[in-house]
Design a protein around this ligand. Structure first.
Ligand code: UDP
Length: 336
């Protein structure tokens, strides 16, 4: 089959492309390298089934052309990362909403199946022990930047369902819960690659808030396999799915684990939220997915445990540093 992967040079997108090529598919990847990188797809370019287009999702002529040529669209292109979202709120909302609008508009002309990737951020600050797809979304006030991102992805979801209901376009929506793995970078937030970079050079690990907030981390290869199965399943059309690992860890414990796995001399520095993300920042204390629905549809269960994910990421970062001899960036916390 022929897949169009928007955001194909991004962290998750590049793993999606790799998986599709391994399964003998043809891949068109569209990416403007705004947060992705050419390095992510370096090895994929060796395959003659891989076709990379360096352009924006907002370039309608190239997008419509690629949609015409493919069988299925996996829409991953988006502005991501709490830091990026807070420092570029206009770009975040415009790109996320317009990008999805264009994908759906052109997919609808030829009735091509679309899988839209969304995020657990849409659950906002709800205080559930675990989040289910039927739960209400509890978004904060409009003057707080983080919720603009959550809302932009929620609008993407509403639009996806609107096309499904009104035009019978086959649409599937997937909400990622903190996907991590090799090639992920810490420049835009993303706690795990940041902590690993810091630990590898014995800098303090910057824990925001009191570190008691928890997150559930899913390995990218587990995520990609699930995305692929959902995309091929007819029963998934017209549905939204949580995709995550229900095992939670506090950010403090995560920092300790990474220090121990890297044998680092780093210590932990607690930084108040207002110093990293501005005075009106709101974090979620926990965000655990209920994965019953996706388990029921495609038999999904996470395969990789946290320690193995971290070891793999540490190995990847260590060898990337050795081969490039580039010192990782020094992490400066800037007030906004
Ligand atoms: N975090 C942290 N130090 C960092 C980056 C993030 O303590 O250098 C915290 C952040 O405040 C949040 C958690 O780690 O509570 C996960 O952050 P990330 O940006 O990776 O994902 P998200 O907030 O979207 O779940």
């Amino acid at each position: 089959m022929k897949f169009l992967v928007t955001g194909g040079a991004g962290f998750i997108g590049s793993h999606v492309c790799e998986y599709l090529l391994e399964h003998q598919h043809t891949v068109f990847a569209l990416d403007d390298l705004s947060t992705g990188s050419a390095q992510n797809i370096q090895d994929l370019k060796k395959s003659n089934q891989f076709h990379f287009f360096y352009d924006s999702i907002l370039n309608e002529s190239i997008l419509s052309n690629l949609i015409d040529q493919c069988d299925i669209i996996l829409h991953l292109a988006a502005v991501v990362g709490v830091q990026k979202v807070i420092s570029s709120p206009v770009e975040t909302i415009e790109r996320n909403v317009k990008g999805t609008e264009f994908v759906l508009k052109y997919a609808n002309i030829k009735k091509k199946k679309v899988l839209i990737t969304s995020t657990s951020e849409v659950y906002g600050k709800g205080n559930h022990d675990r989040f289910s797809e039927t739960d209400d979304l509890t978004i904060g006030p409009t003057f707080i930047g983080r919720w603009g991102y959550a809302c932009s992805k929620a609008i993407d979801e509403f639009l996806g369902f609107a096309y499904y209901k009104e035009y019978k376009l086959p649409v599937i929506i997937v909400r990622f819960f903190n996907v991590i793995g090799p090639r992920q970078v810490g420049h835009y937030g993303m706690v795990v690659p940041r902590f690993i970079d810091q630990a590898l050079v014995d800098q303090p690990l910057t824990v925001f808030g009191n570190g008691l907030q928890t997150r559930c981390f899913l390995y990218v290869k587990d995520a990609v396999e699930a995305v692929y199965k959902l995309a091929l399943s007819e029963a998934s059309v017209g549905n939204v799915f949580n995709l995550g690992n229900p095992h939670a860890i506090s950010i403090s414990d995560l920092a300790k684990k990474i220090i121990s796995l890297t044998n680092s001399k780093s210590d932990i520095r607690f930084i108040p939220y207002h110093q990293c993300y501005g005075s009106d920042f709101e974090d979620m204390m926990k965000r655990v997915p209920n994965i019953e629905k996706i388990n029921h549809h495609i038999g999904f269960l996470p395969k990789t445990n946290l320690e193995d994910m971290l070891k793999e990421m540490i190995r990847f970062k260590t060898s990337a540093r050795e081969s490039s001899k580039i010192t990782p960036p020094h992490f400066q916390i800037q007030s906004l």
